[in-house]
Design a binder for this molecule. Structure first.
Ligand SMILES: C[S@@+](CC[C@H](N)C(=O)[O-])C[C@H]1O[C@@H](n2cnc3c(N)ncnc32)[C@H](O)[C@@H]1O
Length: 481
């Protein structure tokens, strides 16, 4: 299991390093950078450690390790060349509740030290939890190139400006926006170019920008209507992710991957508004009111919806309610289950030479009562993708056949697409409803009807990748010749 990262204040804290070789020396040098009070216990030490002991930067106890060395220590490092001593230090430290790191033995560590890039107060740590420290060092090297030494000065400048902004901006939302705007000023480049100019002159210039911005900024919040994708959390867009990170409130539906919520700020309010059996489900009007009222409190609201917000997602209704209340909003499109779920089942919804039309249809209503033109769909001879259609599958397929669609047209049903539980059933329009019943297919599921379904036989990739075998095999009569 991965180690939980924390940053410790080590200034003046007693730390003990058992061992005096090269590994111990590296530990000591890092600890010194962070102001620890260090005791090195070893009969022999490197020349560098000896210099540090002579200049009283570390205390050196020239002997073997003893139980008492752990008394009152905050962190202990066992880096001797004797594995038995290291093991003894580990056991005695864990008995006494002292945090212990044994060099090159992650299983004997209650903490590990990441590979660190340090630029003043900016500390970037990379850890593989002891699994492959060289990888951490490689990544650190890349980060060192990306975050040059100017970042120390940059951060100290940001810190000063932040203190000033906090004093002057009482309104939390305005304050956050100003601080975010500041990061757009590309200050590292600016600092490189500052030359002889003082920070003060820069601050004055910046001050002018801030006050200009203050005049422009509306006081209310903003709503992002975000498509969260069909289930695989990686299918969210970069913009959608940025909005989640920025949000004060995240309002989310049932089909949204919970993993995405972990990207919200720790203090963000998370509100579930999905429908599920047994729970009181909140009405669309109530959701609209919630969006408006949270934005009116000046909050940035991330409204997370499954798939794409505007494909059978009520995104249009919510956008209208927000717009009518003159609240700023953005529609952040998402990857819809309508095409992504078939793709995860190895079914491209269009294919040159096979079909050039695809229709997304809601199967939510009984086809006898819905205003969908099933006859036109049957005549079109293209791909039909039906969402929310599992409960009405029998009636829908009957209606399509009555409207002229051949019973032998290939059909597939994909349950919980793009998730580890994805299940795909392939058959024909004539019997897919019965097969779905037998296979106990449940919503959420997407139904695909059309010749493109046959392509699955060659293109199925996801289920094999996660389990080694397709969950439900393609019947031989639907195989590609
Ligand atoms: C209310 S609609 C929302 C569609 C969503 N806006 C989109 O673009 O994917 C819900 C329907 O989407 C389909 N759906 C959503 N996620 C799915 C998934 N992971 N697997 C299969 N079907 C899914 C199902 O047909 C479900 O009944």
């Amino acid at each position: 299991m991965a180690f939980y990262p924390v940053n410790l204040r080590l200034e003046g804290k007693p730390c003990v390093v058992i061992g005096g070789g090269g590994v111990a020396e590296r530990k000591v040098l890092t600890l010194l950078e962070f102001g620890a009070k260090i005791k090195v216990v070893s009969p022999k030490i490197t020349a560098r450690l000896r210099d540090l002991a002579i200049s009283r930067k570390v205390e050196h106890l020239e002997r073997e390790y003893a139980y008492a060395d752990l008394s009152g220590t905050f962190l202990a490092f066992a880096a001797s060349d004797d594995p038995e001593v290291n093991h003894q230090v580990y056991e005695e430290a864990t008995d006494r509740g002292v945090l212990i790191n044994v060099a090159d033995r992650p299983e004997l560590c209650t903490f590990v030290v990441p590979s660190v890039v340090k630029r003043g107060d900016l500390v970037i740590g990379v850890s593989t939890s002891g699994s492959y420290p060289l990888l951490a060092r490689k990544i650190r090297g890349e980060l060192e190139d990306g975050y040059g030494t100017e970042y120390a000065e940059y951060l100290s400048l940001l810190k000063k400006i932040r203190e000033k902004v906090i004093r002057e901006y009482k309104d939390g939302v305005a304050r956050r926006e100003v601080l975010a705007k500041l990061l757009e000023l590309d200050t590292p480049t600016l600092i490189r170019e500052l030359g002889g100019r003082s920070f003060l002159s820069f601050l004055c210039e910046y001050e002018a920008k801030v006050s200009q911005y203050r005049k422009l900024r509306p006081l209310e919040g903003k709503v992002y209507l975000i498509g969260a994708g069909p289930g695989d959390p990686k299918l969210i867009t970069l913009k959608g992710m940025e909005c989640i990170r920025e949000a004060d409130v995240v309002i989310y539906d049932r089909l949204v991957s919970e993993e995405l919520l972990s990207y919200a700020k720790p203090e963000a309010e998370l509100i579930y508004v999905g429908k599920s059996s047994g729970r009181h489900s909140i009405s669309q009007e109530e959701i609209n009111e919630l969006l408006v009222s949270k934005a009116r409190e000046g909050k940035v609201v991330a409204r997370l919806k499954g798939g794409d917000p505007c494909i059978f997602g009520r995104g249009g209704d919510e956008a209208l309610a927000i717009a009518e209340n003159e609240i700023p909003f953005e529609l952040v499109p998402g990857v819809s289950s309508a095409h992504a779920v078939p793709a995860y089942a190895g079914i491209p919804v269009t294919k040159r030479g096979v079909t050039s039309t695809v229709t997304f249809v809601t199967g939510h209503e009984d086809p006898a009562k819905s205003d969908v033109d099933w006859k036109a769909l049957a005549d079109l001879n293209g791909t039909i993708v039906i969402l929310m259609g599992i409960r009405n599958l029998e009636a829908i397929t009957r209606k399509l056949i009555e409207s002229g669609l051949p019973e032998g047209t290939p059909a597939a049903v994909i349950e919980k697409g793009s998730t580890p539980e994805q299940k795909t059933l392939v058959s024909m329009v004539g019997d897919i409803a019965e097969q779905a019943k037998e296979s106990a297919i449940e919503p959420p599921a997407v139904i695909v009807i059309g010749e493109v379904v046959r392509l699955r036989e060659k293109l199925s990739w996801f289920e094999e990748a996660s389990t080694g075998v397709p969950r439900v095999k393609t019947p031989s009569r639907l195989r590609l010749s």
